[in-house]
Design a protein around this ligand. Structure first.
Ligand code: CMC
Length: 389
């Protein structure tokens, strides 16, 4: 057949070269453009890291101020988009609403559609970074039946987003600095993760020369699955089920080990990290900090810690090198911040957006890029004659 390899799930196949993110799964190392994730989480901001990923170097103070200013000036959505959101079912999952909204952006900004012009790509980049959080907040407000707010461009990226989600028209909204900082940190930890399923989707769609909005919209759908970004929602659902069933953590772990249908330890395991996920370590620290700062005591955090401990000592998980991943503790934090469970993966999407954009642009500029077109091994019927009738 001329085929060289069959590789389900691309376990052994590199689909591209990339200079954006480095991962060493055996050692638990993650670096954005060479900078260790631990240092980024401590010293950077979401927008500074977005610039780093997209443009390759840290911005100067004036470049960052200009970037921030441009994003603030593009937060408004076309008024008709409210009607678009209004037409969707009130109980639609916010990830579907978000993907539909991003897809709809290409109906408003048709000039960017197939253009390779760097200025058009730049504008599409700014528009997406500015508008995705606003659409995410719309999806949230819609799901709880509250009025949409207009962005407050005097606020930072993260505070504006918090206000759009938790503010209302009747009262002044003052973001809690502990929440702002924690959300900023979590968003930074999610910004890129090289060729994960959603980023590979963005690249595959983009390899056809489809525009940035179309590619990101597809990436959001890929992220929504429970084996990928949807795991953060699934973890919380799992923790709540363990609590409500009263079966106990050890019993749940037994069911996981017995491979009962549909029972997995969500938030555990990773295709690349086989010793630990460096993001999970940082998220766990944040979980304790945020709950302490908000004075929240959550039984689900206790269940998560007990689950982690039992799993880390158990041969089933040890022999398969399964450790908590980035999604294991994020849900507990988002819940303490006041986000409903169905918004968790949307927060992941906002975090991952700079990575998707950086990869789409890297691919777009690479002269070696070819349309993505995997092969297959045909297993169907041999050639046969169609019945004569
Ligand atoms: N719970 C129980 N068993 C597991 C789990 C888990 N979470 N993950 C893997 N295994 C078992 C799996 O059944 C297999 O066992 P066996 O060898 O007996 O058949 C072995 O470990 C190897 O697993 P795999 O499915 O071949 O591993 P993979 O690299 O294809 O899948 C994964 C990686 C992340 C999809 C998987 O670990 C998983 O489903 N985890 C739960 C979902 C999750 O937390 N996803 C978030 C990933 S990190 C952030 C992100 O991408 O969004």
């Amino acid at each position: 057949t001329g085929l060289t390899a069959l590789d389900y799930g691309f376990v052994n196949t590199a689909s591209t070269k990339s200079a954006i993110t480095y991962i060493d799964g055996a050692q638990g190392i993650l670096r954005y453009r060479g900078y260790p994730i631990e240092q980024i989480a401590e010293h950077s901001t979401f927008l500074e890291t977005a610039w780093l990923l997209i443009y390759g170097e840290l911005p100067s103070a004036s470049e960052l101020a200009d970037f921030d200013d441009k994003i603030r000036r593009h937060t408004l959505l076309h008024e008709d988009l409210k009607k678009f959101f209004g037409a969707l079912p009130h109980d639609a999952h916010p990830m579907s609403v978000l993907s539909a909204g991003v897809s709809a952006l290409s109906t408003y900004y048709q000039g960017d559609l197939t253009s390779k012009d760097p200025e058009d790509i730049e504008l599409a980049t700014i528009r997406l970074l500015a508008k995705l959080p606003v659409m995410a907040a719309y999806a949230h407000k819609k799901s709880i039946g509250q009025a949409f707010l207009y962005p407050d461009n005097s606020l930072s990226f993260v505070d504006n987003f918090l206000k759009l989600n938790f503010g209302n028209m009747a009262e002044q909204y003052v973001p809690n600095p502990a929440v702002s900082r924690a959300l900023e940190r979590l968003l930074m930890l999610h910004e890129d993760h090289e060729q994960n399923a959603s980023t590979s989707t963005v690249r595959l769609v983009g390899s056809t020369d489809a525009n940035l909005f179309a590619s990101v919209s597809a990436g959001i759908q890929a992220l929504s699955g429970p084996l990928h970004g949807g795991a953060n929602e699934a973890v919380l659902t799992m923790l709540a089920e363990i609590r409500d069933s009263g079966e106990g953590v050890a019993r749940y772990v037994e069911r996981v080990k017995n491979k009962e249908a549909g029972v997995k330890l969500m938030g555990f395991g990773h295709r690349v990290y086989k010793n630990y996920d460096p993001r999970a370590k940082l998220v766990k620290e944040s979980a304790h900090e945020v709950l302490a700062a908000l004075g929240v005591k959550d039984e689900l955090l206790d269940i998560a810690m007990e689950l982690e401990q039992i799993a880390l000592e158990d041969d089933y998980f040890k022999s398969r090198r399964l450790y908590p991943n980035v999604d294991f503790y994020t849900g507990v934090i988002y819940k303490a911040m006041g986000f409903p469970t169905h918004m968790f993966t949307v927060l992941f999407a906002i975090g991952r957006l700079p990575g998707w954009i950086a990869h789409w642009r890297e691919m777009n500029q690479d002269p070696q890029t070819k349309i993505g077109r995997p092969q297959q091994l045909y297993t169907g019927a041999p050639a046969r004659d169609f019945p004569q009738r």
